[in-house]
Write a protein that binds this ligand. Structure first.
Ligand code: ATP
Length: 348
């Protein structure tokens, strides 16, 4: 592995808030990304994702705490030390940030020219990078002549030019359509595997995290509310923010006639509890639900279900209706047998 560890320890960041006092963008963030890992940070607009990412290459400095890359303190680095860290940290952007006056080749060569590499070395290195991102036929084109996906490939090649150990991705696929997103994420995965680069990406899309990140953190109002292996968080989300992000990608939605009647509070009288059950493995629920019905006499009405994959590992989601009077007992039974449950609401 050639990637570097990224580490945040007790990091806080406040901005002078232009008449509104201080704006706290980050509070007490502690997070470690191992060498060669792909870590996804997900959060809503304004949660603090960009601030967190920009600390890794010293574009922002922490107000409190420490950010290190490969053991070097980024927040306290100045001058040559900061430039050396920046050479080790490449970055790609949502809107690509290419120079419109330079060709593909010229854009990728730029960081090497700035670093003072002899021109005899720049040409071959740029050609290698162009081949790596699959743009041989577009090498002499200008950004205006490229598709969004091709522009992002240029951005990736340019970010790799100085042979960094870390790649930062700031919503790199947010401006792309789903199919192009898939191919760009595939390219990032290949690069991670071939070069052992550590990748830290920020996104507001859970599907991006699912498709590429082995580890993830959820950020909410400047705090990390949940962090760990992506698979574990998808199977057992603990924080409401994580759950709300997940509800958009789990591939299943409530049938309209139930969603329209569902209430947050349990109504008086007979009612059904609508529960999401999440389980690891492809078939884990079938015997468990049947056994619960047989052992406890609790009937379960299945409303929707889907199996998803994170890497090679499947996990499932099931939406069921259970007699609300037996709901707590049923959830306790399922939890004790290793399934996660979440009450979505009630139908009277
Ligand atoms: N330079 C700045 N000056 C003042 N406040 C700032 C500055 N940069 C960010 N903030 C504030 O810090 C908070 C976090 O912003 P940040 O851009 O990190 O969030 P984000 O999660 O990246 O959001 P988005 O997805 O919309 O880009 C916000 O309340 C924002 O208004």
């Amino acid at each position: 592995m050639t990637g570097a560890t990224i580490s945040f320890e007790g990091v806080g960041k406040s901005y002078a808030g232009g008449g509104k006092g201080q704006v706290t963008a980050l509070s007490d963030v502690t997070l470690s990304v191992a060498p060669g890992e792909i870590c996804g940070i997900i959060g809503r607009s304004g949660a603090g994702k960009s601030t967190l990412l920009r600390m890794v290459n010293g574009l922002e400095r922490p107000s409190t705490g420490t950010v290190t890359v490969g053991g070097r303190d980024v927040g306290r680095a100045r001058g040559a030390a900061l430039r050396a860290i920046r050479r080790d940290v490449g970055m790609i952007f949502q809107h690509f940030n290419l120079l419109s006056s330079r060709t593909v080749h010229g854009n990728i060569a730029l960081p090497l020219e700035i670093a003072g590499l002899p021109s005899a070395e720049i040409g071959p290195r740029v050609r290698d990078l162009i081949a790596r991102v699959g743009l041989e036929a577009q090498a002499e084109r200008y950004p205006a002549e490229l598709s969004g996906g091709q522009k992002q490939r240029v951005g990736i090649a340019r970010a790799l030019a100085t042979r960094p150990k870390v790649l930062l991705s700031d919503e790199a696929t947010s401006a792309l359509d789903p199919e192009t997103t898939r191919t760009v994420l595939e390219l990032l995965r290949d690069i991670n595997r071939d070069l052992g680069l550590t990748i830290l990406l920020i996104t507001h899309e859970m599907a991006v995290v699912r498709d590429i990140a082995s580890h993830m953190a959820v950020i909410d109002q400047g705090r990390i509310v949940e962090a760990g292996a992506t698979y574990d968080i998808f199977v057992t989300p603990r924080h409401p923010t994580t759950r709300s992000f997940l509800s958009g990608v789990t591939g299943i939605t409530l049938p309209g006639f139930i969603a329209g009647r569902m209430t947050e509070a349990r109504p008086h009288g007979p009612a059904e509890e609508i529960v999401r059950i999440t389980f690891a493995g492809a078939h884990a629920t079938d015997p468990m639900l049947a056994r619960m019905t047989a052992e406890r006499g609790i009937a379960v009405n299945i409303l929707a279900g889907a199996i998803e994959e994170i890497g090679p590992r499947p996990f499932g989601n099931l939406l069921v209706a259970i007699d609300a009077a037996r709901g707590p007992e049923a959830r306790d039974y399922l939890n004790r047998h290793g399934l996660s449950t979440e009450v979505l609401g009630y139908v009277g």
